[in-house]
Design a protein around this ligand. Sequence first.
Ligand code: ATP
Ligand code: MG
Length: 271
Amino acid sequence: MKKPAAWHLDPKSPVDVFETLSGDQTPGLDVDEKDARKVTDELRDELVDLQERLFAGHDRRLLVVLQAMDTGGKDGAIRRVFSGVNPAGVRVVRFEAPTKAELARDYLWRVHAQVPASGEIVIFNRSHYEDVLVVRVNELVPANVWQRRYEHIRAFEKLLADEGTSIVKFYLHIDRDEQKERLQARLDDPEKNWKFDAHDLEQRKRWPQYMHAFRDAIVETDRPHAPWFVIPANRKWYRDYAIMRILVDTLGKLDLEYPKADFDPKTVRID
Ligand code: ATP
Ligand code: MG
C-alpha cells in the first residue's frame, strides 16, 4: 500500500502544524463518498477474515490506540470499523480520568493491565497519551513530569512490540469549526443531549495548546513498531476508510494462518 504523505507527520513539523491541517482532506483516496463506502465495506470483509485468523492462531496481538479532540469521532469509528468482527476476540477499553486507586500508582499501571492477550485486538479509546495531552494542557502535573513521559511511553511500546504485540496509533484530526458544529448538534438534537459535556467547552478553549501537545506526542513517539497515523476526520466516511485500510494492511503483513491440525482429520470418525 502506498501511504499518502499526509498520514505521516514530518518530525520537523512546526508546533502549530495541526492548526493549518484541514480535517476535510481525503489523502490517498480519489473516489467519491459512495465509492469510498463501497471500498470500506470490501475492506471490512478482509478485516473480519484477518481477525478470525488472528483469533484462531492465538499467537499475535494487535493494539489500536485512538486519540482525538472531544467529538473527534473515536466512538463512531470503533462502531463502524469493527462492526461484524467476532466480539470474542475484540475488546474496547476506555480510559477516563484516573480513579484514586489509579492515581496512587504510576500512570502506565492501568494501561499495561489492559494490553491485548494472544489472539486479541484491543482498541484503546483514549490511552496513556492522555498523560501527555490533557494532563499537560491542564497542568495536572509539573512540566518536568510530563516531559519525561515520552521516554517511558517509547520504552513501554517497545516492550510490547518486542513481546509480539503489533501497535497502530491513530490521531483523528477534526477542525475547530467542525468541533463547534458537532458540539452544537449535541445541544440541538434531544437524542444527542446525553453526549454533551460542559467540560468539553473548557477544553475547547485550549485548542492551540492541545494541537501543540498532539504534535509533540506524535513526533516524540512515532516509531516503525508503533507508528502514528494522522487521519483527517471531518468526513466520517473518509476516517472509516483510512482506519480500515491501515488495519487491513497491518494485519495482512502478519501472514496470519489458521493453525494446522496435529492429526489427520480423515482418520477421525464421528458416530
Ligand atoms: P465522548 O467523546 O463520547 O464524550 P470521552 O472519551 O470524552 O467520550 P468521557 O468519559 O466524556 O469520554 O471523558 C473521559 C475524560 O477522561 C476526558 O475528558 C479525558 O481527558 C479524561 N482523561 C482520560 N485520561 C486521563 C488522564 N490520564 N488524566 C486526566 N484525565 C484523563
Ligand atoms: Mg467526553
